[in-house]
Write a protein that binds this ligand. Sequence first.
Ligand SMILES: C[S@@+](CC[C@H](N)C(=O)[O-])C[C@H]1O[C@@H](n2cnc3c(N)ncnc32)[C@H](O)[C@@H]1O
Length: 216
Amino acid sequence: MSGQNGLQIGSRIFAKLYDRVLAPSEEAGLSDRRARLLASAKGRVLELGAGTGLNLTHYPKSVESLALTEPDQQMALKLRSRAAAGVGEAFIEIVSAPAEALPFADNSFDSVVATLVFCTVKDPQVALAEVSRVLKPGGELLFIEHVRGVGSTARWQRLVARPWAAVAGGCRCDRTTEMTINGSPLDLVEIEHGYMPKAAPFIRPLIQGRAVRPAQ
Ligand SMILES: C[S@@+](CC[C@H](N)C(=O)[O-])C[C@H]1O[C@@H](n2cnc3c(N)ncnc32)[C@H](O)[C@@H]1O
């Protein structure tokens, strides 16, 4: 089997199992977190790495338009079928693009949403620079991300990081995303540290919050 075929099969299995694997966490509180985060989404909204569309039912009806990016074709198949149900009156488009090269003009969005995505993007710094570019001044990045823990959790994460990435679509379980946001052009205005319920210990530490593109 070629490396490319192996990657395609891995991506198909990951996309197929994703909702089922996440279901216990969603039911035990992750879904409520999504709802709380997305209550602040407004106007023109961009979601990065929208996956199978687990955020779609949580957007407020007041959202005007929703651009959903998803570079993985298998995830995008499920996303398309979920998005077909619509989100209020919002205009929805699905775009195949990585967060590091967003095909949108500067100052386009009021809100950018990223949930469980900065663990997987290849270059989080470049992706955050892109988020800042496409946000309007004063616009917000709304995020929920699993991150590197401390003490024995961090030690476990270091051990399992590579095998986990191999079976989980490239997800790195030990990213220091809060630090990366702090080093980005965005201002971190709200951060809450918590846990992903019913998840393996190495993907349990979670951050949730908002970062704003400063008004010039
Ligand atoms: C763990 S899933 C999260 C899906 C969804 N956001 C959620 O909350 O359930 C990570 C997603 O990021 C996507 N992804 C991977 N690399 C990416 C990149 N460079 N830019 C944007 N999304 C990416 C994957 O295809 C996958 O759908």
